[in-house]
Each structure stands twice: as structure tokens, then as C-alpha cells.
Write a protein that binds this ligand. Sequence first.
Ligand SMILES: Cc1ncc(COP(=O)(O)O)c(C=O)c1O
Length: 427
Amino acid sequence: MSAPVLEVTTQVAAAVDAPETAWGDRFAERTRRVTSSAIRELLKLTERPDVISFAGGLPAPEVFPLEQIQAAARRVLEDDGAKALQYSTTEGDPGLRELLVRHMERYGIRVGIENILITTGAQQALDLIAKLLLNPGDRVGMEAPTYLGAIQAFSAFEAQFLTVSMDDDGMRLDELEAVLRSGPKFLYVLPNFQNPSGVTLSLARRRRLVELAAHYGVPLVEDDPYGQLRYEGEHLPPLVVLDAEYHGCAQGERSLHGDVIYLGTLSKTLAPGLRIGYIVAPAEVIRRAVQLKQSADLHSSTLTQRIAAETARGGFLDRHVRLIRAVYGARRDAMLEACGRHFPPGVHWTHPQGGLFLWATLPAGVDTTELLKDALAQNVAFVPGAPFFPRGGGQNTMRLNFSHATPALIEEGIRRLGAVLARRLGS
Ligand SMILES: Cc1ncc(COP(=O)(O)O)c(C=O)c1O
């Protein structure tokens, strides 16, 4: 199976690639900006059952809380079934939003339920934000590489991209200032265990980013699907909290000054099939986003919101996050150790402190899309890095997912990949 983000690519690309019919002239201009993916056919092959795939961004099905969700669904349908199957408010289930308020407080984010809009996954949040803020041709600042689903969501609203490259501490500040100065509509940032690079933005850089964004009057969109999945080191305060501190919002008050829109999701902490994400923002932003969401889907599924709230309550979500951390932390260790054992000299890789991904960089001139063919011949797969760079580049990079395969399969898959790399690099 490929990652949700890659499925999005596949669907869009399929439409673009279809033989020209009368429909070719009927599609809106914006659809032409979503281009076909050269690696699409290759990624289909990663779905073969004999392939050890590090290509997807999938959570491990073993950690889905199946029994708890089953029991919660039964309780919801027995106790309040008619309401759970009825239309409901666009803002989202109040019980779920209350629960998220309490949950986020444990990570330092203090908001009220009027600051939360439940979305159909964080992916819908990205789409709504683009719809809310972007006019055709507007600039969006972002890390390079960055999340493919965000590139796609913003491209559909005809954004132009300004990129900031990264090192082991996240965005490079020297490039950041130039981007902020050139007037983007917003800056999209993934501070924790970034998808795809696995890199975390350091505390010093977070503070400086907030300061610079305030100086240039650029709002931040902070996408944080992985922040709770930390396997080593200290939790770092989210940008939304640092922004409130910077503007002098006292401790104990709401940690929402207003210049950061924060995005969360239950996809990585409960299950992605629930399709529950959330936007945290000033009430004014939420009200506007609610109007736009109405035209998209009226509201996210009443039933899954109720089931998620029922599953998560009573401290279950926190306990479950601890279990996921233990499982994924061991898989991350397995991948890091295997890379150390099997990758030839000249290959560099990140040391993610959390999340789902590790990022490898090969010597300049090696094309990982080409390399994927060799890897597939050995029944192992990864995602070539180039599509994650909105302005090109990254041909010698690859993303490796460590959440989905077991430690034993990780060892075997990285051994095969190491042999493919050694052959290509002649070592
Ligand atoms: C950075 C990032 N943002 C958003 C999403 C979308 O998540 P959701 O399942 O909540 O739509 C993903 C999913 O992989 C992601 O990696």
C-alpha cells in the first residue's frame, strides 16, 4: 500500500494523464497546475506483497486500538445512535473539541473550543487554509523539502512557492529572512519530525522564526501531525505557544496571540481512517473557515467524531500515544542501526527524534528515481525525494518510513537497499 499522500498524487496524475477528450478543454485552469508524477508507475509496484516497502507514510496497523474503537462505536450507537447518525454543526462535535482542548493543554497549547474547527483530516485543513488565504499567484513560504499534500493543496489555489532549505536544526535562518521579506501570504512550517526529512526545528530557531515572522507581519501555518510521537529528547514548545509568549500573553492565559494557525490530527495517534483533523486558530479565522467548510462537506462525519471522542476519553489517548511511542521508537532504532550497518560510505541520513520518517542523501549525481527501479528488482522500496521539493532539486534524496514494517523486516529491507546503494556507488 502506498501512503495517503501518494494516493492523492496517483489520483490527480491519473486524471491528467487520461487521453484527451472534450473534457480536456473543460477543466479549470487550476487543474493544469497539478502535474503528473513521473514516479507514479514505480510507486504502484511498491504495493506488491513481496516488496518490503519504506515508501508509504502509513501507521502500523498493529497499533490501531481496534477493540477500544469497536467498544466505543457500540456505546455511541446504543446510547445516542440517532444523534450520531444525524447532520451536525460544521465546527465539530463539542465533546470532541472539549477533549482536544484538554489534550492540547498537556502540550502547552491553551485554547477554548471556539478556537477549534474539526476537519476531515489535517489534509482538509490545508485545503481550507489555501481557500481562505490564497489568491491566484500569491506566494507561500515553505521548507524544502516539505509535505507533498501541502504542495498539492496550495498548488490547486495557484500559489507560487518560496522555499527555505534545511539542515539538521530545521529551516536555515539566513534563507528564511529573505523569504519573509519578499512578502509571502503565509509560511507553512512542520517543526516536529518533519515529513519528509524527519528533522526537528531547534528551540532557538523556533524563537527566531516567531520573532522574524512578527517583524515582517507574516502568519505561520504550523502543521503538527507528529509532535506527540517523540522517541528521545525534550518536548519543544509549538510555534503557536512561542508566538503567544513573544507577544506577552501571560502564563495561564490562552496561548493564542493570533498569528499562528496550528493544525493537528488523530490520524497518527488513533487511526487515519477516522479522518479527523483540527484547525486551532483565533475565533475570527475559525468563523471564516467554517463558512468555507460548509461548501466543502457541511461537516466531518458525526459518527466518527463521536466514536473518536468516546475512544479517547478517560486518559486513553495519552496511554495509547505512550504505546505508539514505544513501538515506533523501537522501529526507528532498528532503522538507524540497520542504516549504520548496511549503507555504504557517501550516504548520509537524518536522526529523527520522533515521527515516521528518515531522510537519506546520496552523493550528487545519483538519481533516486532511477535507483528505485534497482531497489524494486530486489523487492525493497522507498520514495524518491524530488517530488517533495516544490521548486525542483533533491534528485539524490529519498524518504524512508519506519513506522509500518516490523524491526525484522526493517533490518532485511535496509540490508537489500544497502546492497543496491553499494552497487550504484561502486563501493
Ligand atoms: C505533514 C502532514 N500534514 C498533514 C497530513 C494529513 O493527515 P490527515 O490524515 O490528518 O489528513 C499528513 C499525512 O501524512 C502529513 O504528513
